[in-house]
Each structure stands twice: as C-alpha cells, then as structure tokens.
Write a protein that binds this ligand. Structure first.
Ligand code: ATP
Ligand code: AMP
Ligand code: MG
Length: 192
C-alpha cells in the first residue's frame, strides 16, 4: 500500500490556518482534485468529549498529562488515514498554564511522519485583530508583543520538527484579504 503524503500546517491561534485550508480545498475542488483535511484539534476534541470536555478551547486548559494522552490518540488516528494526500491543521505549540507545550513532539512526528510542514504567519497587528473579531472562538487575547513572542516560539518549535523528521518547511504570510493567492502558492509548493 502506498503511504499517504501528510502535509502539516501550523501557525499561532488566529493566524488563519483553518480559513486557509478551506480555501485550498475550494480551489482544488474547482480543479477536480481532492485532498483530505483533518483538524488535529477536532480529533482531540472527539476523544476529550468522552471526559465531558465540550469546547475545543478548553483542551489547552487540561493537565499536560491529559493533553499528552489526547495528542497521542489523535496522532494514532491520523496515522491510520490512508488518503493519498492528507492536510493536517494543527499547532507547533500550545500555550498552556504550564508553558509552551509542543504540538509535534518527537513521538508524534514518528507516528505521523509528515512529508511537508507549512508555517503560516501574518502581521502581528492582523493576528491581534483576527483574534479580537472572531467571536466563534475563545482565544487568548494578549498584546502585540506577546504575539511576536508566540511567533518566535513557533519558528523554534518548527525548526526542531523539520530537523527531526527531515522534511522541509514552506513559510507563508497570510496577508489580509490575500487568502486565495496564499492558498494557490501552497497548492503549487506541495505539488497538487
Ligand atoms: P486557531 O489556531 O485558533 O484554530 P486559525 O489559525 O485556524 O486559528 P482561523 O480560524 O482560520 O485561524 O482564522 C481566524 C480569523 O481570521 C477568522 O475570523 C478568519 O475569517 C480571519 N482570517 C483568516 N485569514 C484571513 C485573511 N487572509 N484576511 C482576513 N481575515 C482572515
Ligand atoms: P484548533 O481548532 O486548531 O485551535 O485546535 C483546538 C485545540 O486542540 C488547540 O487549542 C489545542 O488545545 C489542541 N491541539 C490541536 N493540535 C494539537 C497538537 N498537535 N498537540 C496538542 N494539542 C493540540
Ligand atoms: Mg483553526
């Protein structure tokens, strides 16, 4: 059986990963190309619901031990998907009460075996406004300064992932109102 090509897309909360992934799917559908998209957080939430967690934004508030368990279960499920191309919408790290927790620790990378990483960034001011204006989520509203710090942590976490898995990073800037161009760029870069 041919292994799936797994593309892992990461970025700090509110940068626009989920919106970007939906745009990629829309554009690919127009070209009659299909791709499977999975949200790591949604898979974790399905497991967390068994323990009465109802909101995806409550997962990061669990103990590290519990988050680790859910993370492992999600990674194992993802490894079993055998679609040709799989895009995984996730995070390089999670801001928790115990500090920055890796979204892709070595044991997760070994299970998922990503072929490519896509690192999404945006101007800190835009991320701040996206968090403020998106009423569908309970994101942590911080300052522009702390968003800059999160972006630096993301770079550091993701470079370790790239080194450990031997897979390249495509870095994109999700500019305001420019989402289709960014999605097209990613489609080309991953050869879809
Ligand atoms: P999380 O990690 O919390 O799931 P996310 O990275 O998936 O966040 P989205 O939910 O996709 O972020 O986007 C956050 C908000 O920013 C949404 O309201 C979305 O409509 C908006 N947004 C995303 N990209 C752009 C863009 N290029 N221009 C304008 N608004 C955008
Ligand atoms: P999202 O909708 O992408 O923000 O995902 C919801 C929540 O799932 C995040 O806030 C995290 O608590 C959790 N999550 C997503 N991906 C990971 C991951 N790779 N490792 C640990 N937790 C994750
Ligand atoms: Mg999202």
């Amino acid at each position: 059986m041919v292994e799936s090509k797994r593309v892992v897309i990461v970025g700090i909360p509110g940068v626009g990963k989920t919106t970007l992934v939906s745009t990629i799917v829309e554009l690919l559908n127009m070209k009659q190309t299909t791709v499977s998209v999975y949200s790591f957080g949604t898979i974790m939430l399905e497991e967390a619901k068994k323990n009465n967690i109802k909101d995806r934004d409550d997962i990061r508030k669990l103990s590290i031990e519990e988050q680790k368990k859910l993370q492992l279960l999600a990674a194992q499920q993802i490894a079993n998907f055998n679609d040709k191309v799989v895009i995984i919408d996730t995070h390089a790290f999670i801001s928790t009460a115990a500090g920055f927790y890796p979204g892709l620790p070595e044991y997760v990378l070994k299970i998922i075996k990503p072929a490519n990483f896509i690192s999404v960034s945006a101007r800190p001011e835009e991320i701040y406004n996206r968090r403020m204006n998106d009423t569908t989520r309970s994101r942590i509203i911080t300052s522009i300064e702390s968003i800059k710090k999160e972006m630096a942590v993301q770079e550091a976490m993701l470079s370790s992932c790239s080194v450990l898995s031997g897979s390249p990073i495509i870095s994109v800037l999700n500019k305001e109102g420019n989402i289709k161009d960014v999605a097209e760029y990613i489609i080309k870069a991953i050869g879809l």
